[in-house]
Design a protein around this ligand. Sequence first.
Ligand code: VGL
Ligand code: ZN
Length: 241
Amino acid sequence: MFDRRQILASLGTALGTAAMATAFPNALWAAPIKPDEASALLVIDVQNCFLPGGSLAVKDGEQVVPVINRIAKGFANVALTQDWHTSGHVSFASTHQGKKPFETVTLPYGKQVLWPDHCVQGTDGAGLSKDLSIPQAGLIIRKGFHKDVDSYSAFTEADGKTTTGLAAYLKARKVKRVFLAGLATDFCVGWSALDARKAGFETYVVEDACRGIDTQGSLAKAWADMAKAGVKRIQSADIAI
Ligand code: VGL
Ligand code: ZN
């Protein structure tokens, strides 16, 4: 029930950061991270298609919802994303003759994993989970709506150049730090985190507020790429709400 970090976090709240740093000098204790006005939570693709019963259900995907709802209480700035494909989208295996989901094809912008049809614009599957409870969220950004280009990232499409406008929006709102949560760790969360770094944001991925698809080693690769790019891997308990 109680993990060491949570006990230490409560003790830290009671004693203060300086006293804790003296008591636990060997980095056993990390000061909780307090979201401020310059922090934004990005809730990535918590959509019915990625949840149990959905066409591209992520294992245990529903478990992220209560965690996200809890941490969201600590954020004044929240943006949600929706994967928002056309029917016959280039990322769908059904669009490519003889191809099956999880196989790959080479497109003009590079290698593309092929998926079951998912998150088609306006369908129930593309809807956000009804269990998300983040009334203060100020922006819903949709991505992947160009038929011939995928967009795992909330910032830049898979062609590597077409922007969704998210970085400009966050910068206009004076956001410096982004925290990512949602589905899936190794695709839309991971690519968004890498692009957040490229756009100059301090970037945190909240591991227990995410779940991965993990196809062909994608989950380990995503964490390795994120570590290399300076993305900070944290747990929801590290965030002071
Ligand atoms: C995603 C695969 C295809 C995601 C979206 O949200 O991670 N993954 N489209
Ligand atoms: Zn997609």
